[in-house]
Ligand binder design. Structure first.
Ligand code: PEP
Length: 250
């Protein structure tokens, strides 16, 4: 059975004062039936992982370098993230693809590094509005999957997040039919590449303007195993009902 995951991406938000939100969230979900992961900015990973040791919450990162160490000023490697207490890393988020010119080939190299360091790679794919309107969504997603995902992915070390770029932080959400079409497509590609046992169980997240008010409907969609949540993961008050909706989605 595919495990379910509620993942929060804090992006470039949060200082030490925000750690109290994590404690509140952990207190509200002492024994959740789904996995809960928060990816704060890198400056908070060590403190957050220490704070949450022994709780149900796990801590992840938002990016890593493809190399394990070396002359890469300002970058952080996957082994460093694991050493700080991260268990997962988001890779290929559209904001990194746009802001930092990350290509799918770079994302694949980072995913290999994440796996080698024992981290779960949460690999993001998604189309722009222009690509959707040109009816190219599945071609774009198929190309991103083929180029961004390394060999050797398993249900334990990989998560795929479908994040239509036009839905991120905009309040616009695809219809459940649109989500269903893309998630079924991703599931078929994962099974074709990694086989039924692993490809059939790699968790598939939807991301893009998920809120308490739309979470249950999204989680009822076939092949949606959870969500990658930006804005609504910043406070326990906003994220907790999304976790509860996922727990209720059996
Ligand atoms: C994201 O950045 O991964 C995201 C889904 O953001 P939001 O939930 O704010 O749309």
């Amino acid at each position: 059975m595919t495990r379910k995951l509620a993942a929060g991406n804090w992006k470039m938000n949060g200082t030490r004062a925000a750690l109290s939100e994590l404690q509140t969230l952990a207190d509200a979900h002492p024994a959740p039936s789904v996995d809960i992961l928060i990816c704060p900015p890198a400056t908070l990973i060590l403190r957050a992982a220490d704070l949450l040791a022994g709780t149900s919450l796990r801590i992840g990162a938002q990016d890593c370098h493809a190399d394990a160490s070396g002359a890469h000023t300002g970058d952080i490697s996957a082994p460093m993230l694991a050493d700080a207490g991260a268990t997962a890393v988001i890779l290929g988020h559209s904001e990194r693809r746009e802001d930092h010119g990350e290509t799918s080939e770079m994302v694949r190299a980072k995913a290999r590094a994440a796996h080698a360091a024992g981290l779960t790679a949460i690999i993001c794919v998604g189309e722009s509005l222009a690509e959707r309107e040109a009816r190219n969504t599945l071609d774009i997603i198929g190309g991103q999957l083929a180029a961004s995902i390394p060999d050797g992915c398993t249900a334990a070390n990989t998560v795929i997040a479908y994040e239509p770029i036009w839905a991120i932080g905009t309040g616009k959400v695809p219809t459940t039919a649109q989500i269903d079409e893309v998630h079924d497509f991703i599931r078929a590609r994962m099974i074709r590449r990694f086989g039924q046992t692993e490809g059939g169980a790699i968790p598939l997240l939807y991301g893009g303007s998920v809120k308490a008010g739309n979470a249950a409907e999204i989680f009822a969609t076939d092949n949606v195993d959870g969500a990658l949540v930006g804005g609504a993961s910043l406070t326990a008050a906003d994220f907790s009902p999304i976790i509860a909706a996922l727990e209720g989605s059996a």
